[in-house]
Design a protein. Structure first.
Ligand code: ADP
Ligand code: ASP
Ligand code: MG
Length: 413
């Protein structure tokens, strides 16, 4: 008998009809002799709707109350799902994060899981029930409800699979798996059969929202094999597994885009030791994450410093930096929110040079100006004007021939 954790995302449970269909599918797996733990998201659009309510009332909503509010979306779907299972003639029990208990720290709206008690789940599984658990939520030591950050139901599912030592963790969504790029913006995107945790971590961190990055990190750490697949077909999806289990590694395995960042430039910064710290300390003290950073070389003891932050932090960052600029005697602060970060990812890049220059050439051929660049062992990212996002993604996807399984390039055995 296998123990399987399955997570169904918002579009998969977006109506009562869809919830009934999910219940029928899960019952089928149970009838094959499996113990089933089902993590559900809120209905699609619900978490956004609740967020809008909060913002109508408080510009920067109280974070404890925000969690109280946002966690309700998942309560609705698990209750309806349990009813659907019962209506179909089997038995299910729905459990909230605190009933499980999924313990987290107290960083409201972006809490991290500290431990999971599996006793209640196991008791119900042993009684023959399907156990359905609210995704995205947990509870603090004090008993306050928390949420794990947007997209966090994936993380709930993987954490449960790790804690229960499940045989598999399946993430059901509205596409057939992990693709070479977002299939909703590039028709030539190709489904990847197997991808390593590290590549998936890069893809997720660079904008492929098909998996929440924290879920991939947990899966890697606890060696949980992940299967990303469609709610609406029976097809095999994508397996996220250890790199050494993958026979062929590709030069470039995916193209991603991220439209959630904004660029800030401070002009004519004195080029001397300690200035970067003066700029970035107040930003990090405000809990603002900085992504790409560029500092130009200078001949005149003055330089320009450019970096990116999340768009949601842009207004606060600009305010802080205008003060900093005055203090350090910089000339001015400029910002641009209409940018996108386009990235190519592939473990094969480790052993190959020339990938970045190929990327630059492809963008140049399309007349797309690169505003910033950053590289790591297995990725190259470029910031471009947001209006070029789709063009850039499709051009790179075409040029690296990602619609075909490209040649394996690793030669070591
Ligand atoms: P769910 O509600 O099921 O959690 P999400 O909307 O969070 O679903 O994630 C699925 C979406 O991720 C897809 O509809 C697709 O538009 C987007 N996506 C972005 N990049 C990729 C990619 N490389 N492969 C697959 N889907 C991707
Ligand atoms: N409902 C939450 C969200 O929309 C969590 C999730 O769906 O993963 O972000
Ligand atoms: Mg998601």
């Amino acid at each position: 008998m296998a123990l399987i954790v399955q997570k169904f995302g918002g579009t998969s449970v977006g109506s009562t009809e869809k919830i009934k269909a999910v219940a029928r599918r899960v019952l089928g797996y149970q009838q094959q002799g499996n113990q089933m733990v089902i993590v559900l998201s809120a209905m699609s659009g619900e978490t956004d709707r609740l967020t809008d309510f909060a913002q109508d009332i408080q510009k920067i909503p109280n974070r404890r109350e925000m969690d109280m509010l946002l966690s309700t979306g998942e309560q609705v779907t698990i209750a309806l799902f349990a009813m659907a299972v019962k209506e179909a003639g089997s038995d299910a029990v729905s459990l909230l994060g605190d009933q499980v208990a999924i313990r987290t720290d107290d960083m409201h709206t972006k809490a991290r899981i500290k431990s999971i008690d599996t006793a209640e789940i196991k008791k119900n599984l042993d009684a023959g029930k399907i156990v359905t658990i609210a995704g995205f939520q947990g509870v603090t030591e004090k008993g306050d409800i928390t949420t794990l950050g947007r997209g966090g139901s994936d993380t709930t599912a993987v954490a449960l699979a790790a804690a229960l030592k499940a045989d598999a963790c399946e993430i059901f969504t509205d596409v057939e798996g992990v693709y070479t790029t977002d299939p909703n913006i590039c028709v030539k995107a190709r489904k990847i059969d197997c991808i390593s945790y590290d590549e998936m971590l890069e893809l997720a961190s660079l904008g492929a929202k098909v998996l929440d990055i924290r879920s991939v990190g947990l899966a890697k750490r606890y060696r949980v094999p992940l299967h990303v697949r469609s709610t609406f077909t029976e097809n095999e999806g994508t397996w996220v597994i250890e790199e050494d289990k993958i026979m062929e590694s590709m030069l470039v395995s995916g193209v991603t885009y991220n439209k959630n960042e904004a660029r800030i430039t401070i002009k004519h910064v004195p080029d001397q030791p300690g200035i970067a710290a003066k700029i970035f300390l107040p930003i990090s003290d405000a809990g603002i994450l900085v992504d790409m950073i560029i500092q130009n070389t200078s001949d005149s003891h003055l330089t320009d410093m450019t970096f990116t932050v999340m768009r949601s932090d842009y207004a606060r960052a600009m305010e802080i930096l205008k003060n900093v600029a005055r203090e350090i005697g910089a000339k001015s602060v400029h910002g641009d929110q209409d940018i996108a970060k386009i990235s190519i990812v592939g473990v094969g890049m480790r052993n190959h040079s020339g990938i970045a220059s190929t990327m630059f050439q492809i963008l140049a051929n399309e007349g797309i100006n690169m505003e910033m660049v950053s590289t790591s062992e297995i990725k190259v990212s470029c910031v471009v004007a947001e209006k070029y996002t789709e063009l850039a993604v499709r051009a790179l996807h075409d040029a690296f021939v990602l619609d075909k399984e490209n040649m394996p390039i690793e030669e070591e055995f």
